[in-house]
Design a protein. Structure first.
Length: 400
């Protein structure tokens, strides 16, 4: 009787696909993963709808006045304010005297009072004047006084002001809207941070759990360690990208429901590059998370073994929110951390092509090196039980 035993290479070819498929299937069956993802999607949806609701609400303000001159100024201020904010309205509350105007402000019947004094107009607030009416009131009052002075002196104010307007011309105009770009950059950073750290801790935790339960010894007997690592990296990358797609879909639904008008055409290149950087950056981090799980002997050890991977997330996070332009520019070209910073920069400014190339090239090289180094450490530490293994010892072991 002839018995043919498959060669090891044939027996293990494509094992990473099985591992990746198992990672995906196992994760989507976990209640914690499903609930966390569902809650996150719901928060995105509700948050955008709420933002749309509050942004569309009219900004009603009331200004108490005593005489006709102040009424005229308030009416002019409303026109000035509505030129930049069509939701702004300023109602006039006419009262008998300045004391009544101040009393209206204290009692909450008026947001501010505009009084015509001997030294000029005075804006009165309780503990502050709403920013949306402060500027227009000042501009309108100044214009009214200037016009009055010109009439008194018999000066043609129009001729006097001729040529005083200052125009602006940009040599390198950027079509990206600042508000839209800043919002997109914020979403890019937060989304990468949340998905990467959430998925990363799951990767590290699952590796440690397999190590604690000795399941990994069974897996190692049938699946090469490198393919086991690749399967975990790719499977969890698919899950992470899937989460991003769900969050993006929830955001799109929220925008449609809220009626917010967002020109995604301006952000098209930044969104495209975000996908590229997300996949590369997440794969590099996933290898570190898997190594962190292999170095730990129990779940409690993960707090220290995952520190390097967490640092690669927190450093660009704080650099974006608290760093100056130079820090952000340098960090956006640094390997791996550029995955968070560069797409955010692209959303807010025109980034030179060479800087994008440096960021992509550096991240690709770093991803390959981290996965190769991670695979060596993973192979040498996954089957070791007992005490937690330090990164220094793991690197020495991998060099043997």
């Amino acid at each position: 009787m002839n018995t043919t035993t498959p060669a090891p290479s044939a027996r293990t070819t494509g094992a990473w696909r099985i591992v990746a498929d198992n990672e995906v299937r196992t994760r989507i069956r976990q209640k914690s993963f499903v609930i966390t993802t569902a809650v996150s999607v719901l928060l995105v949806l509700v948050g955008i709808i709420a933002a749309g609701y509050f942004s569309d609400r009219p900004q009603d303000n009331t200004v108490a006045v005593v005489d006709a001159s102040a009424v005229s100024v308030v009416e002019s201020a409303e026109q000035i304010g509505r030129s930049g904010n069509d939701r702004l309205s300023i109602d006039v509350l006419e009262v008998a005297d300045p004391e009544a105007a101040e009393r209206a402000v204290r009692d909450g019947d008026a947001d501010a009072a505009l009084l015509d004094t001997a030294d000029g107009f005075e804006i009165v607030g309780e503990d502050g004047v709403p920013a949306e009416i402060d500027g227009p009131l000042r501009t309108a009052a100044s214009s009214a006084v200037l016009q009055g002075n010109a009439d008194t002196l018999d000066v043609d104010l129009t001729a006097l002001q001729q040529g005083t307007e200052v125009s602006q011309r940009l040599l390198e105009a950027d079509d990206t809207d600042d508000g839209l770009g800043q919002a997109a950059a914020f979403v890019f950073i937060i989304l990468f941070f949340i998905v990467a750290i959430g998925s990363g801790m799951m990767i590290a935790g699952s590796v440690t759990q397999e190590k604690e339960s000795r399941v990994v010894e069974i897996l190692a007997a049938t699946v090469p360690m490198r393919q086991l690592l690749w399967g975990k990296i790719l499977g969890n990358t698919v899950l992470a990208v899937g989460q991003v797609v769900l969050f993006a879909a929830a955001g799109a639904v929220g925008l449609a429901v809220s009626g917010l008008d967002v020109d995604f055409g301006r952000l098209g290149p930044a969104i495209g590059w975000y996908v590229v950087f997300f996949v590369l950056g997440f794969m590099a981090l996933a290898s570190l998370w898997a190594v962190a799980g292999a170095l730990a002997s129990r779940q409690q050890d993960l707090q220290s073994t995952t520190a390097p991977a967490q640092a690669l997330l927190f450093i660009p996070y704080f650099a974006f929110f608290f760093g100056n332009d130079l820090v952000q520019q340098v960090m956006s070209m640094a390997p791996v951390v550029s995955s968070m910073i560069m797409p955010a920069r692209m959303a807010t400014e025109a980034v030179p092509l060479w800087q994008t190339g440096v960021a992509v090239g550096g991240t690709v090289v770093a991803t390959v090196l981290l996965i190769r180094l991670g695979a060596r450490v993973y192979e040498r530490t996954l089957l070791r039980t007992g005490d937690k293994i330090s990164y220094r010892d793991a690197l020495r072991m991998s060099a043997d």
